[in-house]
Design a protein around this ligand. Structure first.
Ligand code: B3K
Ligand code: ZN
Length: 878
């Protein structure tokens, strides 16, 4: 497989101003007629006419005509990836007919069938599996699409834009023509045909235009669309209010499909979603699932501006649209829910997962320099770290300056395919800022380290913060230059109050919170007029994606956990205290010495439980110990057995010590009120179920009956699932079996609920997990052809059940490698995703490293590997 480099970017030789497509859909094939108006890119070529090379894959070419003259096969060359021909003029029409087999398309890229419906997924390079084309994002064209199919099975025929004509053919076939007035790259093309029911609503934009909103789902899911529709309307309003962005077509459609490689896709006017990101009903979806639907609906909607109206010049710029749009959807979620809790969840996810990617063999910059298979670069780094990078720009400019910058960006580049540099330039120009150094965030991989020290001089009444930054080497980048690290901070006095701040070069004190921009490898900031020795509250809200250290004592952390006026940093202090305690206990456990719990953690938790003024969601977050995955990420060599043992032990100690305090709180929260999806109700369920998890660990056994009752009587899936998780992770075998079979029987015809049933079992840490997973693969609800099923069973086992996946005999590794080899010929994208846990081999002891690498070597020795799997495995073995 060939590596593609950013430095080799060149403009295309030709443009395509108009694209006319006709799809003739049949049960076992589809005929695709395309008619393209092609123009020479004269800026690049003057008058010379280079060959026209169109991308195409898995296509049966039936005919080619140039300006209505049918070509002989000797007039063009076809190979497995392209169609090449020599134009005779600078502007011409090209008509091509191809035959494709959507039903045989198990990779779920291009045009494929999901159940009884046809649908598409074209990003990044799926359009070339539909017809020959210049399949690159800088070729933007106006699309007109006609879909023809049998009316009985496919009453609904959709594509991008507005429906402009329709009619009947003889023999029960019908057709609809769609026209999209906005030029777009082929990756935003979409088509859907099926027997779908429609949920309809409308939205009036800020300029008073009426938009027809439609969600299409299979008829049995009709009752599960209200939340997605509501989220869509709130997203549309929010984007007008916060970014000044108005929707541009007369119709906006969402279609839910069951077989989908990722969450959803922002095709112009016709978003196609994994049903898991649309459907939500209190009976079947948890609060977490509701939040995910809200976030993904918003994310895809926001792409209409950040992605579609202004798109990417090439795929190295993917974070231009993804990083920015993830930031936008997280700002939206923060506004809809609790900002602090939202940030805590985002940071927890980033640190456990993106930091691990940045420390592993697949580490790459937010704007990568090269790739083999672009599908492998839809990563946590491009998405989540990319969003952190844009968030830092927002922090440095302030909300108003940032908005001025995005206004200029949208205005300047509307209708264009641009780069990350163009984005930053617009922010600079609108604010007179210079982000030259800042842009290293786009080009340097790895998580920067920021070591901070504070010195108080009582006689001079100064407090100095010394910052030292560094960044570990990553593949292809041994030396790193200093980055711009915004540190939002305050100084706290002995009462926990924020002190007035005056830097040494300032004439007077102003405010109590600052954003310090650390730009040097080593840099000192000195505050003057500091009346007493302060405790600094640093990196508030996680103002930069770095690993920061400060020599806090455990007592300092307890103080911050109780008193920091910044909610995020209160949580951060309690996390850091727990991390430190857990890490210490892991060492003690490994040395074979008895474990004792530092009472300071208990003290923090006890104070939390006693404070009825706190947001219950926040208390739930603070009561959650750092995950095993995060503790693995923090370790140089992770002893997963010790981590798992110690973490469980601490949970149990906490439960026993706090049982008396937890009971009344659980009971008060378990008030059997009618279900409500409000943020306040979600927060109460979150705390209640966190407490239930602890109470089930108490040897008193008092919680068992209550847990079973909650499982049986719950009036919503959040409570029911929480009880099921607690039972499955308990040693009450009888109740566990009963609950699992009751659950399966009740929800067997709800695929998304069965996904939850699979993952709860796959993630349960008791011995024998691998065998359970293998048995579950035989369950009628499981399928290796459905990405959601693979993720919920195999993915949950390998990513969440760390003790069982990393069993010392290597059985977990062997199992995963077998599944990857089985899946690769069917669906390379999902096969490559499944590799992630094996790429983390450097974190484990030598014996496990050898076993993991042996499986990677076995995979790479297999014949006909996809470029997707080949790239990840080969880079992981370096
Ligand atoms: N843009 C799509 C992702 C496409 C992934 C292609 N392998 C979803 C999103 O980020 O909104
Ligand atoms: Zn996106």
């Amino acid at each position: 497989p060939k590596t593609i480099y950013l430095k080799d970017y060149e403009q295309p030789d030709y443009w395509i101003s108009e694209t006319h497509l006709t799809f003739d859909l049949h049960d076992d094939h589809a005929l695709v007629h395309s008619r393209l108006s092609v123009q020479l890119n004269a800026d690049k070529h003057g008058q010379a006419l280079p060959a026209l090379v169109l991308d195409g894959q898995n296509l049966e070419l039936l005919s080619v005509a140039l300006d209505d003259q049918t070509l002989e096969s000797s007039d063009y060359q076809v190979d497995a990836h392209s169609l090449r021909l020599q134009p005779a003029s600078a502007s011409f029409d090209l008509a091509v007919t191809t035959r494709i087999k959507p039903r045989e398309n198990t990779a779920l890229e291009g045009l494929y069938q999901s159940g009884a419906m046809f649908c598409t997924q074209c990003e990044a390079e799926g359009f070339r599996k539909i017809t020959y084309y210049l399949d690159r994002p800088d070729v933007m064209s106006r699309f007109t699409t006609t879909v023809i199919a049998e009316r009985g099975d496919y009453p609904v025929l959709l594509s991008n834009g507005n429906p402009v004509a329709s009619g009947e053919h003889e023999g029960g076939r019908h057709w609809v023509t769609w026209e999209d007035p906005f030029p777009k790259p082929a990756y935003l093309f979409a088509l859907v045909a099926g027997d779908l029911c429609l949920i309809q609503d409308s939205f009036t934009t800020m300029s008073g235009r009426e938009i027809d909103l439609r969600i299409y789902v299979e008829p049995e899911n009709r009752e599960q669309c209200a939340h997605a529709m509501d989220s869509l309307k709130r997203s549309m309003r929010w984007d007008e209010e916060v970014y000044g962005r108005e929707y541009d077509l007369d119709i906006f459609m969402i279609v839910a499909v069951n077989d989908f490689n990722m969450g959803a896709m922002e095709n112009k006017g016709l978003n196609i979603f994994n049903s898991s990101c649309v459907l939500a009903h209190a009976d079947t979806a948890t609060d977490l699932a509701f939040q995910r639907v809200e976030a993904v609906v918003a994310h895809e909607y926001f792409h209409n501006w950040s992605g579609n109206r202004v798109t990417c010049r090439d795929w190295f710029q993917l974070s231009l649209k993804e990083g920015f749009t993830v930031l936008r959807d997280s700002q939206f979620s923060a506004d809809m829910n609790s900002e602090t809790v939202n940030r805590i969840e985002g940071v927890t996810f980033l640190r456990a997962n993106q930091f691990a990617e940045d420390a592993g063999p697949m580490a790459h910059p937010v704007r990568p320099d090269s790739f083999i298979e672009i599908s492998n670069f839809y990563t946590l780094t491009v998405y989540e770290k990319g969003a952190e990078v844009v968030r830092m720009l927002h922090t440095l400019l302030g909300a108003e300056g940032f908005r001025k910058g995005t206004d200029l960006y949208f205005d300047r580049h509307d209708g264009q395919a641009v780069t990350c540099d163009d984005f930053v330039k617009a922010l600079e120009d609108a604010n007179g800022a210079d982000f030259t150094q800042f842009k290293r965030w786009y080009s340097q991989a790895g998580t920067p380290r920021l070591a901070v020290e504070g010195t108080y001089d009582a006689s001079a009444r100064t407090f100095s913060l010394l910052f030292r930054q560094s960044c570990p080497p990553t593949p292809g980048q041994s030396e790193k230059k200093p980055q711009v690290i915004p540190v939002r901070m305050a100084l706290l006095d002995a009462q926990g109050q924020e002190m007035p701040l005056q830097l040494s070069d300032e004439s007077r004190a102003e405010g109590t919170e600052r954003v310090l921009a650390v730009t040097e490898a080593e840099q000192i900031f000195t505050f003057t007029g500091v009346a007493e020795e302060p405790l600094p509250s640093l990196l508030r809200g996680f103002s930069a994606p770095v690993k920061m250290t400060y020599p806090y004592s455990r007592d300092d952390r307890v103080f911050l956990a109780k008193h920091d006026p910044d909610g995020f940093n209160r949580w951060e202090a309690s996390q850091a205290l727990a991390v430190e305690i857990l890490q210490g206990l892991v060492g003690i456990h490994r040395a074979g010495r008895p474990l004792m719990l530092d009472q300071r953690l208990l003290d923090v938790y006890r104070t939390l439980l006693a404070d009825s003024t706190l947001d219950p969601a926040m208390v739930a977050e603070m009561l959650r110990l750092p995950s095993e995955a995060y503790l693995v990420e923090l370790a140089d060599v992770a002893d997963i057995d010790a981590i798992h043992y110690v973490r469980d032990w601490v949970r149990q100690e906490l439960a026993v010590a706090l049982e008396a305090e937890m009971w009344p709180l659980y009971q008060a929260l378990n008030d059997q009120v009618p279900y409500s999806p409000s943020a306040a109700a979600v927060a109460r369920r979150s705390l209640k179920n966190t407490l239930l998890g602890y109470l089930m660990l108490c040897p008193s056994g008092k919680a068992l009956d209550i847990c079973v009752r909650q499982f049986v009587e719950a009036n919503n899936m959040t409570d029911r699932q929480a009880a099921l998780v607690a039972l499955v992770n308990s040693s009450h075998e009888e109740q566990k079996r009963a609950a699992l079979s009751d659950f399966a029987e009740r929800w067997q015809s709800f695929p998304l609920v069965m996904d939850q049933w699979f993952s709860i079992q796959a993630a349960a840490s008791q011995p024998g997990a691998l065998q359970r997973v293998q048995e579950l693969m035989q369950h009628p609800a499981f399928s290796m052809r459905n990405p959601n099923k693979i993720r919920s069973l195999i993915g949950a086992f390998a990513n969440q059940n760390l003790v069982n996946f990393h069993l010392a005999d290597g059985s977990g590794y062997r199992f995963l490698a077998d599944r990857i080899l089985q899946l690769d010929p069917l669906n390379p994208q999902i096969a490559a995703r499944l590799l992630t846990p094996l790429t983390r081999w450097r974190k484990y002891d030598e014996a496990r490293q050898a076993l993991m690498k042996a499986e990677l070597s076995r995979i790479i020795a297999a014949e006909n590997l996809s470029p997707d799997v080949y790239e990840v495995v080969s880079k992981s073995l370096v």
